[in-house]
Design a protein around this ligand. Structure first.
Ligand code: ZN
Length: 474
């Protein structure tokens, strides 16, 4: 049965519209949209005329896809912010992350991920790409039948009600030059055959469930973790399984990685990847942090997305991403919470603009003449390109898209003085996260009046788990 809504204000493809009627079908997809009520005496649209239409007061905007997440890292957020030495870096943080990855159980992972996905929904992420490279048991042996770690992620997404693009991640070597995995990377191992078979099994199961909120893609951890020949072979295999499969990769997060790539191959990582000719609009390049202007133009030219996670890039001391240059090349940008140091799309977009302002000593850097409001420009771009990166029918409020949306509360103090055109500026630049009042995924309210149905029962077990992980990690 269809459900009908009347939205006081909605950000549609054509811009902000007042008094919008929306019909949502049984699968949670938007069946029809009627912007502006019919004139008095005119033919009333079914979505408006429906007596049962639910009235939604506030500013309704597309939910944000989270294009990059490692759920298990929620278990270390806040626990690695102390100085060990003057040489602390991404690489020393990585040792703490490996230690967590070694001891986490499927039950731990399910609890961490469920809590995390609830946090994502409350902050405005309505779908998530889980870049998942924990494949094996703690001692490095494979799971016999079902992969319990993978199942933990799927169950967590289901409990929280977030849409999921699960990305089994190939991770075979510890560095360029096909260096073998280190003992602390034993849980990440997977052969190319295992990888392709697992993706194929999941994709064929999903074809039988047309309206699922869960879909499978694939990821390569990085060029240091997947030799180029293996990557070529795996991409051929993936294309024969599903030509539309989303493909993600960490590409140039650290300067040391760029230097190691050059020493081994004579090329920079983005340059090397683009030269394969494999990259297209199905690809999402995560952390294209250390990119030359030519590399940024090259990524934009093949229409691949770049996922920027400034909170993690800042937390790990990675470097600046030149968002202004990439957007000027019509680059497709999206955001992600990555290490979960911050789970907040508004913060990602705020700092995308702020780091451009700090570098250029100007304001309004990432807006353009077509969309002068920075908040609206960045939110719409990240939502649209994030949905494409996840391969999910989301990121916009339009017929055919899934009904994933947020309602910003015009009565919240952070929205005081906001009009529809400045609502996203308030959310991003005026500390407006508490203004996210309601969140819908696939036509179902998963957050209502700032509350998620699972949050209270999750709180105590989650606190207990975090206490244990902190003690074990100390
Ligand atoms: Zn990552």
């Amino acid at each position: 049965m269809e459900r009908h809504y009347r939205l006081a204000w909605a950000l549609l493809e054509s811009g902000w519209r007042r008094d919008v009627g929306v019909a949502v079908d049984e699968q949670g997809r938007i069946a029809r949209i009627e912007a502006e009520r019919a004139q008095p005496g005119g033919a009333a649209d079914a979505a408006h005329a429906a007596a049962d239409a639910e009235r939604v007061a506030g500013f309704v905007v597309p939910g944000m896809p989270n294009a990059h997440s490692h759920a298990f890292q929620r278990g270390m957020a806040g626990n690695t912010e102390y100085r060990l030495s003057s040489r602390d870096s991404f690489w020393t943080w990585r040792q703490a992350m490996y230690a967590l990855a070694r001891r986490i159980t499927p039950a731990d992972l399910e609890l961490l991920a469920t809590q995390l996905f609830v946090e994502m929904l409350k902050s405005g992420y309505t779908s998530v790409a889980e870049f998942h490279y924990l494949h094996r048991q703690a001692d490095g042996t494979a799971y016999a039948a079902t992969n319990e770690l993978w199942e933990a992620i799927a169950r967590a997404a289901d409990t929280a009600g977030i849409a999921l693009t699960f990305l089994p991640t190939l991770y075979q070597t510890s560095d360029f030059g096909s260096q073998p995995l280190q003992p602390e990377q034993a849980r990440f191992a997977m052969t190319t055959d295992e990888f392709l078979r697992a993706v194929e099994t999941r994709v064929s199961a999903e074809r039988r469930l047309a309206a699922s909120r869960i879909r499978t893609g694939a990821a390569f951890h990085s060029l240091r973790a997947v030799p180029l020949e293996t990557l070529r072979e795996a991409v051929r295999g993936l294309s024969s399984i599903d030509a539309e499969l989303p493909v993600h990769i960490h590409i140039a997060e650290q300067q040391k990685e760029v230097e190691a790539c050059r020493a081994s191959t004579g090329r920079r990582p983005i340059e090397l990847l683009l030269e394969t000719g494999l990259v297209n609009e199905r690809w999402c390049l995560v952390h294209a942090t250390h990119a030359t202007p030519a590399e940024l133009r090259g990524i934009a030219a093949v229409r691949a997305a770049v996922c920027v996670s400034i909170s993690t890039e800042a937390n790990l001391g990675d470097g600046f991403f030149d968002a202004a240059r990439f957007l000027d090349s019509s680059g497709r940008i999206c955001v992600g919470s990555d290490s979960q140091a911050s789970v907040c799309p508004a913060e990602e977009l705020r700092w995308m603009e702020y780091q451009a302002r700090l570098r250029k000593r100007r304001r309004g850097v990432l807006a353009d003449s077509q969309e002068p409001h920075v908040g609206t420009r960045l939110w719409r771009a990240a939502a649209r390109h994030g949905a494409a990166a996840l391969g999910q029918p989301a990121g916009r409020i339009a017929a055919g898209a899934r009904a994933d949306w947020l309602v910003l509360d015009p009565d919240h103090v952070s929205m005081a003085g906001a009009r529809e055109v400045t609502a996203l500026d308030h959310l991003i630049f005026a500390g407006g996260n508490p203004a996210i009042r309601d969140v819908m995924v696939a036509g179902r309210w998963v957050v209502k009046d700032r509350r998620h149905a699972a949050e209270e029962r999750l709180a105590d077990p989650f606190k207990e788990l975090m206490g244990r992980l902190a003690r074990e990690g100390a």
